[in-house]
Design a binder for this molecule. Structure first.
Ligand code: PEP
Ligand code: MN
Length: 274
């Protein structure tokens, strides 16, 4: 795997076999579909604990929550910063679930590593090659989101930057790309996610929350990702979406997440996954 490189012409019909990545106690990319859930941004201890407890009951295998946020509007909430890590410590201890946090700058790597189970590179930072090189030097699992206007080849080359430093623990995440269509926040490129899984050794997740920006589309797109043989989904859940400080318009309620988990089970069974 360390020597893996994207071929110059990626027209191979034979799929590259996926190498599972261990995120804390959760293997990503094996026979179990990975269900990552949590708020866009960690706001309070109560908010995080409420979501974590509920999604764990419904079978979530990893938690998410933003600490340092990359917000489009500089006047909007930018995340609690390191103060949120105290709540992360507590939910990891209580639930036993691994926790994924986005890293937005190299100086945050030391702050986060050791307190979280995987580092997310957000869409806006996929092209930040200096950050990718620094993450390549760590041995922390990296969830690499696709840039909002990145071609598939550029996405896999970004993964190669991390791999080149010796870090093989890479998971890809398709989160929608910007197109001419305004009715959805982005356009979910499901075919692109399957392409990336076929042409690289990395497990591939789908994030229908950012890809669609519409709660009513999230469950159907999760089912589609499962049916397409992808390795998991990441969804935003908030106890009170209308009061959320970030991305509330696209958050599932805990009940919405229960419905999603229930609907996923027969689809996963049909494709031989649990
Ligand atoms: C997020 O996961 O909260 C996020 C900011 O995602 P993206 O980088 O895909 O916009
Ligand atoms: Mn978000």
């Amino acid at each position: 795997m360390l020597g893996w490189m994207l071929p110059g012409s990626a027209d191979a019909t034979t799929a590259v076999s996926t190498k599972p990545v261990q995120v804390g106690p959760t293997p990503v990319g094996g026979s179990r579909f990975t269900l990552v859930a949590g708020p866009c941004t960690i706001e309070t201890r109560e908010q995080l604990l409420t979501v974590a407890r509920r999604v764990r009951l419904d079978g979530a295998s990893a938690l998410r929550g933003g600490v340092f946020k990359m917000r489009t509007d500089p006047r909007s909430f930018q995340g609690l910063g390191p103060a949120a890590l105290e709540f992360v410590d507590e939910v990891r201890r209580e639930t036993g679930l691994p926790f994924i946090v986005e890293v937005t700058a190299p100086e945050q790597i030391d702050v986060l590593a050791g307190r979280v189970d995987a580092l997310q590179v957000g869409s806006r930072n996929m092209h930040n090659y200096y950050l990718l090189k620094e993450l390549g030097r760590t041995r922390v699992p990296i969830l690499l989101k696709r840039g909002l206007a990145a071609q598939l080849r550029e996405w896999l080359l970004a993964a190669e930057y991390i791999l080149a430093g010796g870090n093989e623990a890479i998971i890809l995440c398709e989160r929608g790309i910007r197109t001419f269509e305004p009715e959805t926040r982005n356009t979910l490129d499901l075919a692109g996610a399957v392409w990336a899984r076929h042409h690289s050794p990395f497990p591939v997740l789908v994030d229908p929350s950012h890809a669609t920006g519409r709660p009513e589309l999230i469950a159907p797109m999760c089912l589609a990702a499962a049916a397409a043989g992808l390795d998991g989904v990441m969804v935003e859940v908030h106890p009170e979406p209308e009061a959320a400080l970030a991305d509330g318009f696209q958050a599932l309620t805990p009940d919405g997440f229960t419905a999603l988990a229930t609907a996923l089970a027969p689809v996963l069974a049909a494709v031989g996954r649990s």
